[in-house]
Design a protein around this ligand. Structure first.
Ligand code: UDP
Ligand code: MG
Length: 324
């Protein structure tokens, strides 16, 4: 059996500091996998420039001119990590047998790729890279990230614990995944829905080699919220349940109020009334917000705008490109 063609898909956003360091590491890994006969010589490293404002795209083009194993596509503007990964995977899926998506900052251990390819050879279509330890993350990042997975799962968005977007997917799994047309992307929650045989590979996570993280707490919270609302309607159910409980309590309250009024014990209960009005007002506003979030998501899905737009390609990626 001929070894599979592997495309390593790497999203890059303003990574001019880290790319010169990590591109060599990616190439070394590709070479060692090829030398071991695990992957085909036609394997490639595919960078996806996510509308960087620095010289990231120039670096990618230069790399590609030096070595054909480096290829790149550029998004027409910054669309975010998830869309960049999707663009790369969709571009790669017809050119290869397997893809591995990984961040470009060197945080994820490249050596896990060997085990991923082995798992593919053993018949797995999807292999999740899972962080065994998080020692190198700050305490804050570790705690928030752990909270992130727990919260997601409790809200009905099932994700593999401690798995980010470092994963192997076969072309077959990607063809099936292409049928998931949603615009609101939360890849790590969507991929398990594709099914097929899957497994996990464990690795240690390093520190970022250079540059800064693009995922501060605010963006993590946004991602968690997006993940939940794209994958589950559990929050709406919880709201309904909450509304039901409140209604029941209010009903009991009304009976109590009537009894006290009828027996002549009623007092000028301004404070309690005001409290209840404020409480209900706040709760309603919050819940309308959550429901509004879903309505907003539906709005975006109905418009079905393209999930990525590619503006530039390195030479090899121009062949058989859609729309050419
Ligand atoms: N990234 C991207 N578009 C963005 C933000 C990030 O393509 O709008 C890429 C970035 O270049 C990196 C990966 O997504 O390869 C993960 O980002 P980062 O390392 O900043 O996040 P962290 O690892 O700290 O969660
Ligand atoms: Mg990172």
């Amino acid at each position: 059996m001929t070894p599979p063609i592997l495309y390593i898909v790497i999203p890059c956003y303003n990574e001019q500091e880290v790319l010169p360091l990590t591109s060599g590491m990616f190439l070394e890994k590709l070479e060692s996998l090829t030398a071991a006969g695990k992957i085909s010589e036609k394997s490639r490293i595919l960078f996806v420039n996510d509308g960087s404002r620095d010289s990231t795209w120039d670096i990618i083009q230069r790399l590609s001119a030096q070595d054909e194993r480096f290829q790149g596509i550029a998004q027409s503007r910054n669309r975010g990590h998830q869309n960049a990964v999707l663009a790369g995977l969709m571009e790669a899926k017809d050119r290869c047998d397997i893809t591995i998506s990984i961040d470009c900052d060197g945080q994820d251990d490249l050596n896990a790729m060997d085990a991923m390819v082995d798992a593919y050879m053993d018949g797995c279509d999807i292999v999740y890279g899972v962080r065994a330890r998080r020692d190198t993350d700050t305490f804050f990042k570790r705690a928030t990230a752990q909270g992130f997975y727990k919260f997601l799962n409790s809200m009905g968005a099932e994700v593999v614990y401690n798995h980010a977007d470092y994963r192997l997917m076969s072309a077959r799994a990607l063809q099936a995944f292409a049928g998931f047309k949603e615009v609101n992307l939360f890849l790590r929650g969507m991929v398990p829905l594709v099914g097929f045989k899957s497994t996990s590979v464990y690795y240690d996570r390093h520190e970022r080699l250079a540059g800064e993280s693009h995922y501060p707490l605010k963006k993590m919270l946004a991602l968690a919220f997006d993940g939940i609302t794209s994958l589950s309607v559990k929050p709406i159910r919880l709201i309904t349940l909450f509304g039901l409980v409140i209604s029941l309590l209010s009903f009991l309250g009304i009976i109590w109020a009537l009894i006290t009024a009828l027996t002549g014990h009623s007092v000028a209960g301004w404070a309690s009334t005001a409290c209840i009005v404020c409480f209900i007002g706040g709760v309603q506003a919050l819940f309308l917000g959550v429901i509004g979030e879903y309505v907003g998501k539906i709005y975006l899905e109905v418009k079905a705008r393209p999930r990525y737009i590619i503006s530039e390609r390195t030479e090899e990626m121009q062949e058989d490109a859609p729309g050419k």
